[in-house]
Design a protein around this ligand. Structure first.
Ligand SMILES: Cc1cc2nc3c(=O)[nH]c(=O)nc-3n(C[C@H](O)[C@H](O)[C@H](O)COP(=O)(O)OP(=O)(O)OC[C@H]3O[C@@H](n4cnc5c(N)ncnc54)[C@H](O)[C@@H]3O)c2cc1C
Ligand code: SF4
Length: 340
């Protein structure tokens, strides 16, 4: 691990201003040379692997009292960015009223990691592409802009079939983000110019020609909380995750689904896909195809086909199209069978 300056934030606004000025002062290959430290389960890993080399690390865990709480009201849910994954996954009201959120967290990582890792850090975790995490591979546009992409013609079994570019085909690896995406969450940010709120759907950027720029956050921006509006679809919601083994593995394909039904007919469907795309992926055309119809084997399969209509598989990941479709169809049928 390389040497770095460690400091501890005492206020979100001060931290955002300090980190922004430090990040702007010394850019390294266009990357932010300063990082926040929450649970450390992604950041420290990547620093040890020399993938991330921040000159400064600002520990935000002391902001826990203000940004580590969960509030549930009739209008929705507010989750502090420093809430631990396990605390949100086990929260009785989240389990009962927002099952897709609780399930996406319970099915992620291991119990030890969930006890350490925070929600803010979770949505900002980086890809698990092996070429990105192993610095002995020189060609990785995400790690080293302009160097190429070893995965295009390499081992790309884990990689994305949706949202990829010729510069990067890495998947977004998290689970919770799909649930937030399906429920139209928003992100509260403390920035150098003050606080602001952005739709969760605008947090992650598709790779395009700049895959190293992964989010719309500015240098120093600190996520303070995530808000999820209440809706008639939140109770009838679930997260279905398919992986290589039953626990402790990232998704090969996943679906976060929420349904508002009127006598068995879909008033509104929400579908977000994981494991198959470069960003948390909302399948809006598939949602629209279900409106006004009952959820049957046929309508679910049709929606699933539409969700992957734009898929561009590569040599080793073509299986993800069929797997992803099956995952979406099963998730829809299971959600439709739930009590509303
Ligand atoms: C072996 C292993 C298996 C895993 N399996 C899964 C899985 O199946 N599904 C899944 O979803 N995840 C999985 N994870 C990822 C894990 O969930 C994340 O590492 C964790 O959620 C990150 O949270 P953290 O608090 O530790 O973040 P940190 O490591 O502290 O930070 C991560 C990044 O987020 C930034 N950051 C953190 N908090 C904020 C904030 N409030 N505002 C702005 N920036 C911030 C940091 O600067 C850093 O860049 C796995 C991890 C490991 C190591
Ligand atoms: S897919 Fe993206 S992260 Fe993986 S090697 Fe290519 S550029 Fe790097």
């Amino acid at each position: 691990m390389r040497p770095f300056v460690y400091d501890r934030a005492t206020s979100a606004d001060l931290a955002a201003r300090a980190l922004a000025s430090s990040a702007n002062a010394a850019p390294v290959q266009g990357r932010v040379p300063a990082e926040y430290l929450a649970g450390g389960t992604t950041l420290l890993d990547l620093m040890k692997l020399d993938v991330m080399q921040p000159a400064r690390v600002t520990d935000i865990t002391a902001l826990d009292a203000r940004h580590g709480t969960i509030a549930v009201t009739d209008g929705g849910l507010r989750l502090g960015a420093l809430v631990k994954m396990s605390a949100a996954a086990d929260h009785p009201e989240i389990v009962a009223r927002y099952p897709v959120l609780a399930q996406s967290l319970t099915l992620a990582a291991s119990a030890q990691l969930r006890n350490m890792a925070t929600l803010g850090g979770n949505v900002l975790q980086r890809t698990r592409c092996n070429y990105f995490r192993d610095t002995s591979w020189s060609a990785c546009n995400k790690r080293n802009p302009g160097s190429g992409c070893a995965a295009l013609d390499g081992v790309n079994r884990q990689h994305a079939v949706l949202g990829a570019s010729e510069a990067c085909i890495a998947t977004y690896p998290g689970d919770f983000a799909q649930a937030l995406m399906a429920l139209d969450a928003t992100v509260d940010v403390a920035g150098a110019a003050g606080p602001r709120t952005i739709p969760f759907a605008e947090l992650h950027r598709p790779p395009g020609s700049t895959p190293h720029v992964e989010t719309t956050l500015a240098p120093g921006d600190l996520i303070t909380s995530l808000s999820v509006p209440a809706g008639p679809w939140t109770r009838r919601s679930l997260y279905l995750k398919v992986r290589d083994r039953q626990s402790y593995a990232f998704a090969l394909a996943s679906a976060a689904v929420a349904l508002d039904l009127d006598g068995g007919v879909v008033r509104q469907a929400r579908i977000a896909l994981g494991g198959v795309a470069t960003t948390p992926w909302r399948a809006r055309e598939a949602e629209a195809a279900l409106a006004g119809k009952p959820v049957t084997e046929a309508t679910a399969a049709d929606a699933a086909r539409i969700a992957f209509a734009g898929a561009k598989p590569r040599e080793h990941n073509a299986y993800k199209v069929a797997l992803g479709q099956e995952t979406v169809a099963r998730a829809l049928l299971q959600a439709a069978a739930l009590e509303g």
